[in-house]
Design a protein around this ligand. Structure first.
Ligand code: AMP
Length: 124
């Protein structure tokens, strides 16, 4: 069975899309720790980031770098980069602006309009 992230990539489940290329996909986390919390995902479905072959790993990290820099420019704050992977068994990297309200594990409830507004700001 496909992972929830493969279903998002395939367009079977909606998301707030930020970026896509041939090997990677990025969208807003549905339980954001801060406004702009984004997940960067390889299109190939593997559980752990270190299960990726070198080419897909490098493609993922190239997108992480590109989006982290772009996020810093747009949000005006340093971008945090984190890998956890305990909830969804499809490799992914979390990007979060280092907002003054950021607290590890604390999440916000944002309205759809706010999620869309931040998507429009960050989409690349
Ligand atoms: P982790 O596996 O612990 O790195 O976290 C997985 C992340 O995926 C969590 O922060 C969830 O909020 C996020 N997540 C799970 N389902 C969705 C979804 N349908 N759309 C966006 N983010 C999701």
């Amino acid at each position: 069975m496909s992972s929830i992230f493969s279903k998002i990539i395939a367009g079977e489940i909606p998301c707030y899309k930020i970026y896509e290329d041939d090997k990677t996909f990025a969208f807003l986390d549905i339980n954001p720790e801060v406004k702009g919390h984004t997940l960067v995902v390889p299109k190939v479905e593997v559980d752990k980031i270190y299960d990726l072959d070198d080419e897909d790993y490098q493609a993922l990290m190239a997108t992480v770098k590109k989006l982290a820099k772009h996020m810093e420019e747009v949000m005006g704050q340093r971008t945090l980069i984190k890998v956890v992977g305990t909830d969804v068994p499809h490799a992914h990297v979390h990007l979060t602006p280092l907002d003054e309200n950021w607290e590890y594990g604390k999440t916000l409830k944002l309205a759809e309009a706010e999620m869309q507004e931040i998507t429009d700001k960050l989409a690349l």
